[in-house]
Design a protein around this ligand. Structure first.
Ligand code: SF4
Length: 332
């Protein structure tokens, strides 16, 4: 069994809601609400759910781009933070560790500084971390661009001179510059044309093999995640509702929310006709999530107890964890 590279325990990220004349805190948006999971070395771990479910916040809080509210994260056996025990990795150590943890953003245009040329964008981290001087760093940037399918001459060009797919390749080259172990891929292909998406995914897969990378791959699109990830966690209103291998999730989704998401994905075999499960209502606000099971206001199989009792997130078969009261009834 591979070693865990990332260990997340009881992670919470709340954003305060300020209100009233004195602008006091009147509540919290519970963007990430008590999630625990591991990511093994070399694994592609998928995080899926509707927009606003907390996927991106999870990725950013793990690598401390956002300050956590509670919980702990270990990276490569080192504690980055453990809020309950008041442990934070010292700043200088964290700075060094940041080299190992990178992020690829959804919008390749917004994430690239329009005033910097591509050479500077890709090589910036190398200079900042004193790994190379400016000249060496630009040579490295050229290498990385070529590795990502772009010509080395592009170092002198600016982001606006590239297409969306090319800009995402630049974003990937920048993420790779520091030779990280772990990359948070935050909807990396969502802003790209469908024709380009497969090319970027193939590149990411090749780079993962070449550099033995580990990915946290965030997407709202299960059909993308299906071909790319080893395991998948399905998220709803800040919590995990189901976590298992990709194969098992697509063979036998157990949570009603997963079943509804899967029913909306295109089938590779057109002879298979499955009824689409349309969820009623909108996603409730994470500032005021429903009591009991957070999904009960939209669940087609809701029972009376779901409205008051929070279902436990528990293992129902080896490596398959679900939070739904139906599992206790053995209705699966
Ligand atoms: Fe639906 Fe109840 Fe299961 Fe929640 S606990 S998913 S409301 S059946």
């Amino acid at each position: 069994m591979a070693k865990n590279l990332i260990e997340v325990r009881n992670l919470k990220k709340y954003f305060p809601i300020m209100g009233g004349v004195f602008s006091r805190k009147v509540g919290d948006v519970k963007a990430v609400d008590d999630i625990s999971f591991n990511i093994e070395e070399g694994e592609i771990f998928g995080l899926v759910g509707e927009s606003g479910c907390g996927k991106s916040t999870t990725g950013r809080t793990i690598i401390e781009l956002l300050d956590p509210t509670a919980g702990s994260v270990k990276f490569d056996d080192k504690v980055i933070y453990d809020i309950e025990n008041n442990v934070r990795m010292p700043r200088n150590e964290l700075q060094a560790l940041r080299r190992d943890m990178q992020i690829i953003f959804q919008d390749p245009y917004a994430s690239l500084n329009p005033r910097m040329n591509v050479g500077t964008i890709v090589s910036e981290g190398l200079v900042k971390h004193k790994i190379a001087n400016k000249k060496e760093a630009i040579e490295k940037a050229k290498e990385l661009l070529e590795l990502c399918g772009l010509s080395a001459d592009n170092v002198v060009k600016y982001p606006h001179e590239f297409s969306g797919g090319q800009r995402q390749r630049i974003g990937i080259a920048r993420a790779l510059a520091l030779q990280p172990k772990f990359i948070v891929c935050d909807e990396p292909i969502a802003a790209l044309d469908v024709s380009i998406q497969a090319q970027v995914l193939t590149l990411m897969q090749e780079l993962k093999e070449k550099f033995k990378l580990t990915y946290l791959f965030i997407s709202h699109d299960l059909s993308v995640i299906k071909y790319f990830c080893d395991r998948i966690a399905v998220m709803y209103l800040g919590s995990f509702v189901e976590l298992t291998t990709t194969k098992r999730l697509f063979e036998k989704p157990l949570h009603p929310y997963t079943q509804s998401l899967l029913s909306a994905t295109p089938k590779s075999d057109p002879t298979i006709t499955k009824e689409r499960i349309i969820l009623k209502g909108d996603v409730p606000s994470p500032a005021n999530p429903p009591k009991g099971c957070k999904f009960h206001t939209r669940c087609p199989q809701v029972m009376e107890m779901c409205k008051t009792v929070v279902p436990e997130f528990k293992e129902v078969e080896p490596g398959h964890t679900v939070s739904c009261h139906l599992m206790d009834l053995d209705a699966r």
